[in-house]
Structures are given as structure tokens and as C-alpha cells.
Design a protein around this ligand. Structure first.
Ligand code: ADP
Length: 256
């Protein structure tokens, strides 16, 4: 509970202490409220696929033995929803991990090389064209950061570009004296302007139905934002419906 400031009779030092204490309580309140909201949202998200699974399991029990159409439909739905549950739980664990960790395993690496590696891996998996460009020859754009986390962040952004656009996807890397800038650009369905401020909220999807069919669970950009914040970087979204989306990342070359 916050301490009421009565004012004049308190010494300056005591007032300062009370203010700091109150700020701490406010921060804790916000954290508790956000944890509560997360548990409520997570429960809702987990309940939906579970309800589908349990209804189809009941259908199987009742009619599955005699009706092959019911059987096929139920098996298909159960397997799809279980996959979704798995994905959801995996993303929730990744987010919880990212929120708990506040340390970075720093190393110096070549950003162009990492992007090339990711482009080729994702091309092999999804058969999509991902082009990597750099303002100079690209060699020598190096940064000191947690390479695994930057890889994870770029996979999230490229994976979104894959889900919500057609070819090609472009990764553009540039640098100034102290900063590295990475753009992930697509020519896809885009995001309405008024939705952009909500994108980093947990479980947020621009269009629930659309994202459900692409398999999105609405946690990717929350994880991405956390990784950017840990590196004291910036993430900006530029998007136009039906024209495409560019996610711009900016990092200090050296994260302290
Ligand atoms: P999801 O797992 O649903 O993709 P994200 O947190 O990564 O969750 O993204 C939140 C929402 O933002 C998505 O559901 C999607 O509606 C929208 N979005 C993200 N990236 C793009 C993109 N490149 N193009 C269009 N919409 C996007």
C-alpha cells in the first residue's frame, strides 16, 4: 500500500524515500496487473483449441466407429488443434523465458552473414524467395549483441513476412558509425494504420480469423519487442494495407 505524503512536516530525505517507495509500489501494481491479464488471456487462448479437441473426441466416441466421414473430420481437427496448442505453449514459454532473462550472451558477429544463413535456411524450409541486400558490400557490418536472440528475432519477422505476403521478402542491412539498421520488407497484405500501436501486445492479432488460418498465435512480436528492448534498440513498423509491411530494427553496434 502506498504511503500518503503529508508534506511539510516530513524531512526532505524522508519525502524522497516515500516517493521512491510509492514508485516501486506503482511498478509492482502494474506488473501484477499485467501478469493477471496475461494469465486471463493465456487461459482463453488455451481453452479454444481444447474445446475443439474435446468436442471432436466426443464425436469420435459416439459415431466414429461406424461413420468414416466423422472419423476423418475428427482426426483432422484434433491433430490441427493439438499442433496449435503445441505452438501456443512453445511461444508462451519463449516469451516467459525472454521476460525473465535480463542478461545477454554478447559476441561480435557479421550481420550480413547471419541474414544470408537465415535466408537460405528459411528458403529451404518454406520455398520462398528471401533476398539479402546491404548498402555497401555488406562485409564488415558487424555488431556486438546476443547472436542467438538476434537470430530468434529475425526468424520471427521473416516468418511473419512469409505468413502474410507473397514473394519476394527483402532484408536490407545498413550501418552508420554507431548503429546497425535491419529492415525486413514484404509486399503482403499489410496492417491497418490504427492497429499498428497494438501489434506488440501479447496475443494481439490484426484479424483473429486470418491469423488462425496462418497458424499465428499473436506472441511473435511481443517476443521480438522484448529482444529489441534487451539490446536497447528500436523497432518500428511501416505498413500499408495491400501494399506491404516493413519492420525496421535499429541497434547500437555495441550493446553494453
Ligand atoms: P502471429 O503469431 O499471429 O503472427 P505476431 O505477434 O507475430 O503474431 O503478429 C501480430 C499480428 O500482426 C499478426 O497476427 C498479424 O495480424 C500482424 N502482422 C505481423 N507481421 C505482419 C506482416 N508482415 N504483414 C501483415 N501483418 C502482420
Amino acid at each position: 500500500r502506498k504511503i500518503e505524503l503529508k508534506g511539510r512536516e516530513e524531512s526532505a530525505e524522508l519525502l524522497q524515500l516515500i516517493r521512491a517507495f510509492n514508485q516501486m509500489i506503482e511498478r509492482l501494481d502494474r506488473t501484477f496487473a499485467s501478469q493477471k491479464a496475461f494469465v486471463a488471456d493465456a487461459s482463453h487462448e488455451l481453452k479454444t483449441p481444447l474445446t475443439v479437441i474435446s468436442s471432436y473426441a466426443n464425436m469420435l466416441k459416439r459415431w466414429g466407429r461406424n461413420d468414416s466421414t466423422v472419423r476423418d473430420e475428427a482426426i483432422e481437427a484434433i491433430s490441427k488443434e493439438s499442433e496449435r496448442l503445441q505452438k501456443l505453449i512453445k511461444s508462451m514459454l519463449t516469451l516467459a523465458e525472454a521476460e525473465q532473462e535480463d542478461w545477454l550472451k554478447l559476441e561480435t558477429f557479421d550481420v550480413m552473414q547471419l541474414s544470408d544463413e537465415l535466408a537460405s535456411m528459411l528458403h529451404t524450409t518454406f520455398h520462398r524467395t528471401i533476398r539479402v541486400h546491404a548498402d555497401s558490400d555488406g562485409n564488415g557490418i558487424r555488431m556486438t549483441a546476443d547472436k542467438d536472440k538476434i537470430r530468434q528475432l529475425m526468424v520471427i519477422l521473416i516468418d511473419n513476412a512469409i505468413k502474410y505476403s507473397k514473394d519476394p521478402i527483402d532484408i536490407v542491412i545498413s550501418q552508420t558509425r554507431n548503429m546497425v539498421r535491419i529492415l525486413v520488407k514484404d509486399n503482403g497484405i499489410g496492417i491497418p494504420e490504427h492497429e499498428i500501436p497494438n501489434l506488440f501486445e501479447r496475443f494481439f492479432r490484426v484479424d483473429g480469423a486470418r491469423s488462425r488460418t496462418t497458424g499465428g498465435v499473436g506472441l511473435g512480436l511481443s517476443i521480438a519487442k522484448r529482444i529489441v528492448d534487451l539490446h536497447e534498440g528500436h523497432i518500428d513498423v511501416f505498413s500499408k494495407p495491400e501494399k506491404g509491411t516493413t519492420i525496421a530494427l535499429q541497434f547500437p553496434k555495441k550493446t553494453c
